[in-house]
Structure formats: structure tokens, C-alpha cells
Design a protein around this ligand. Structure first.
Ligand SMILES: Cc1cc2nc3c(=O)[nH]c(=O)nc-3n(C[C@H](O)[C@H](O)[C@H](O)COP(=O)(O)O)c2cc1C
Length: 173
């Protein structure tokens, strides 16, 4: 199979990581992949916070629901929207722009042999508040999610999610 398609089809969420660190070169590739994403009117309304401090990772893992993966992840990238870059008419497009950047990072991680997990922050108010507090974010920087990254401790078993019932042709009925 084509390697890009193979990367897409075999990516899966990883929630337990080994202690092996991620190199500066790998981080650079992940950030480049994020910023290569499409965005509405090419506004690129994103900001990325690279977190490799174990204490901060632990505080994030403790502060959010369903974020225990951050206890073992050696690295996280917090994907944020810069609300000063929001489009005046289409204010919510920042969510889609930053989601596209996130998916690019997940796939780049897979291509580098790394595991990853998308941990949702926006629009869960408690999560937004916690992340903003812990990372001392200014008001106009809105955390969308936290991507936990590292080498997977477990074997990865991608799910087959293809469901023909979810596809319609031309008309709904
Ligand atoms: C918007 C969003 C929020 C998510 N939040 C969490 C989360 O807080 N904690 C978690 O363990 N997984 C989270 N996930 C990962 C999903 O649980 C996971 O993608 C789903 O179960 C499918 O599994 P797969 O990624 O292995 O294909 C999130 C995924 C998305 C897209």
C-alpha cells in the first residue's frame, strides 16, 4: 500500500509511553507538519506549546479528565488557537484549522514511529481553565487539545472503522 495511506490506516491512539525521549529533530518535524495544515483563508491561527517538563506534564495529566497518558508521555504539544487571528465573519473556523494541524501532527508522529494521543480540551470549560492556568496562557490563546507523544509501550492494534452504512451517494434517501 502507498506509505501515506498506510500511515493513515495504521495510526491509533497510544495511552502508555516508554521513557525514551523524543529528539529535537523529531519535534521540529512534528511542528512543521502541524503548520503545513490547511486553514481558512490561510490565516494559520495556531500556536503550539511544546511541553517536556515532567512536572508540568504531570499537572496537566492530573488536572484534566481522561489525560492519564500524560503521566508517561515524555512530550506533549498543546495546540492552541490565537483568537486575535480569528476571521471576523467566520469566528469558529479556528477550531477546524487547529484540528487539521493536530491531525497532521498525529500522522507525522506515526510516520516517525512515535505514538500519540489527542486529548480534548476545547470546548470542555474545566479543561480549558486548567490548561490556561497551568501553562499561564494569555486570554487570546485558547487551548484546543493536548497531543501526548512518545514511543508506545504497548503493541498497537488499529481498529477497522470502515462502515459502508455511513456513506450515501448523491442524495440522502
Ligand atoms: C476531539 C477528540 C478528543 C479526544 N479526547 C480524548 C481524551 O481526552 N482522552 C483520551 O484518552 N482520548 C481522547 N481522544 C482519542 C479518542 O478516544 C480516539 O481517537 C478514539 O477512541 C478512536 O481510537 P483511535 O484513535 O485509536 O483510532 C480524543 C479524540 C478526539 C478526536
Amino acid at each position: 500500500m502507498n506509505t501515506t495511506i498506510d500511515t493513515i490506516m495504521t495510526r491509533t491512539s497510544v495511552r502508555k509511553f516508554s521513557e525514551t525521549p523524543i529528539t529535537a529533530e523529531q519535534i521540529n518535524i512534528l511542528l512543521n507538519a502541524g503548520m503545513a495544515a490547511p486553514s481558512a483563508l490561510n490565516r494559520q491561527p495556531w500556536a503550539f506549546i511544546v511541553v517536556d517538563n515532567a512536572e508540568i506534564l504531570h499537572r496537566l495529566g492530573k488536572g484534566l479528565h481522561f489525560a492519564k497518558a500524560l503521566y508517561t508521555a515524555p512530550l506533549a504539544i498543546v495546540v492552541c488557537g490565537n483568537l486575535k487571528m480569528k476571521l471576523p465573519l467566520y469566528k469558529e473556523f479556528w477550531v477546524q484549522d487547529c484540528s487539521a494541524a493536530t491531525q497532521n501532527i498525529l500522522l507525522a508522529a506515526k510516520a516517525l514511529g512515535l505514538g500519540s494521543l489527542w486529548i480534548g480540551v476545547h470546548p470542555v470549560e474545566n479543561n480549558e481553565k486548567k490548561v490556561s492556568e497551568i501553562l499561564q496562557l494569555p486570554k487570546h490563546i485558547a487551548p484546543l487539545n493536548i497531543i501526548a507523544l512518545g514511543y508506545s509501550e504497548d503493541e498497537q492494534n488499529p481498529k477497522d472503522k470502515y462502515d459502508p452504512k455511513k456513506v450515501k451517494h448523491n442524495l440522502w434517501s
